[in-house]
Design a protein around this ligand. Sequence first.
Ligand code: SF4
Ligand code: SF4
Length: 430
Amino acid sequence: MAKSLPILVSKETYAKFDACIHCGMCLPACPTYLLTGDEADSPRGRIHYMKTAVDGRIEASAMVFEHLDRCLVCRACEPACPSGVEYHDLLEAVRPQVARVVLGRGRGLKNRWLEWMVRNVFPYPKRVAMSVLPLKVARAMGLGGVVERIARMLPSPLGQMAAMLPEGRVWGEALAGFTPAEGGHRGSVILLQGCIGSVVSKALNRACVRVLARNGFDVHLLASEPCCGAMAAHANDPEGAREFARQVVDALAGRDADYFISPIAGCGAQLKALGEVLQDVPGYAERAMRVAKRMRDITEFLAEVGIRPPEKSIERTVTYHDSCHLLNAQHVAAAPRQLLAMIPGLKVVKLEESDVCCGAAGTYNLSQPEMAGRLGERKAGHIVETGAAECVTANVGCQMQIEKSLRAAGRPMRVRHVVEVLAEAYGEGE
Ligand code: SF4
Ligand code: SF4
């Protein structure tokens, strides 16, 4: 028998292993199993590895870590499971410990450079802005292609990042800290722009502000917005995720806005889970729950409160891709489609496998570029098959990953957020 391993989980978490009846109904829903056909890359296989590692019946080896690391945490296995296995809780409890055993103390990702970026750059908007400045300047000088070619020769994640960064539309001026409601006041919200989102998706954030104000909401932005902690969680750093969660609660708990709105599905999912992340932290658990209750994805919020009918007709055929963190973590499927259906002239055609991950998944496209590339290619193929002129989604990470995949497939196409299309239909520009 292999020597026992120091992988520890609480009694409550261990009981979740026992909920799995090994039926295999989750397998066809799992994107990594769809790609490899290997049981070890399926939810059932990963649950088996995790449980036997906790039981001390197998080593937390590099092979085990690789199969756990290939998990996108897209959570598509959860709605497919008849037994209600809370898979993500198991993975989040076990994978960071396996990473520590395999990679060493304080480590969560295989790639040291990416790990450094996740911990020291991505959660801080000013540092993100500095890191993309060379590409921004080069593109302004018409040298974007040269810089991207050089970046692709550098260590893998940097090249991937350069290929991911969207074209000119992302650059823009800073947004006003406050935008008043138009045409009758219905409430007030704080728009959370996201730490990377505040740098690379200014066009989207501007569209969100305009659409919210048009629909009667005062829109506030935080002068200094803490990271939600989603990237730390993805990078097997639960302590980091908890620290960011505390900062978010400190920033939001005392604010009197009716709702906190996120246009980024990954951030929204993490922020709705603040209560669970901080459940054992004295002085934070209650406040975190109250903040989480006021969190809404922007599409969910707009559908919930009801929007003013857009006036402008958009004669275009589009297709919609479900973001995993919106669909499987936040359980929001109908709202984005309802909003698109309200736009005069817009035709939405069905996307095959719209609920299969595109490969973005937080930092997955940087930490597992080969698997992410194959998922992106699969997604791009389905999008091209629809004949749509544009792909629409509700997550910045998906936008960047799908745009990159379509470019790589030689079929470049615009990928926009639902709210960007809605803003266009309100006559707020493209
Ligand atoms: S979270 Fe996604 S990738 Fe991971 S096991 Fe479940 S379906 Fe597969
Ligand atoms: S569907 Fe649920 S119960 Fe069945 S194998 Fe997958 S996780 Fe286990």
